[in-house]
Design a binder for this molecule. Structure first.
Ligand code: ZN
Length: 144
């Protein structure tokens, strides 16, 4: 399943970042996914639920933005949005177009929970060093 592959990559990245940041868990993940990847949002959510179990990302809120495809006409220069199937330039009808948006997938942001109750390495208020308590040894000569 296409979406499992995508989500496996996303979770690897997210969990690694969260781990590096010292996070206890991931609170939310925002993704943008181009419609031209043909990934289906529901399937992505399903893949996320299945794959995040037991990881730092388990229970995180998943926000998915589907990016609509956009192309530029190489003939007349028009830039236009379209669906997955009609790529023709609406201005001049040319087939010579290039996709400028709507392909690919990226992570917009990750929100993590980092515990802040870790003991800070504060200055230890050590007093003056003990100087060994001088022994005032007065030797008494016996029978002086
Ligand atoms: Zn055109």
């Amino acid at each position: 399943m296409h979406e499992l592959g995508i989500m496996t990559g996303v979770l690897e990245t997210v969990n690694a970042s969260a781990h590096e940041a010292g996070a206890e868990r991931v609170l939310s993940i925002s993704l943008s996914i181009g419609v031209m990847t043909e990934a289906i949002e529901d399937a992505l959510r399903f893949a996320f639920e299945a794959l995040s179990e037991g990881s730092l990302s388990e229970g995180a809120a998943l926000e998915i933005t589907m990016v609509q495809p956009k192309s530029r006409c190489l003939e007349c220069g028009a830039t236009y949005g379209h669906d997955r199937f009609s790529l023709l330039c609406p201005e001049c009808g040319s087939f010579a177009t290039e996709l400028v948006a709507g392909r690919g997938m990226w992570i917009d942001s990750i929100e993590v929970d980092i515990p802040d109750d870790a003991p800070p390495a504060g200055p230890s208020s050590a007093g003056p060093p003990p100087d060994g308590g001088k022994e005032n040894e007065t030797r008494k000569k016996p029978g002086a």
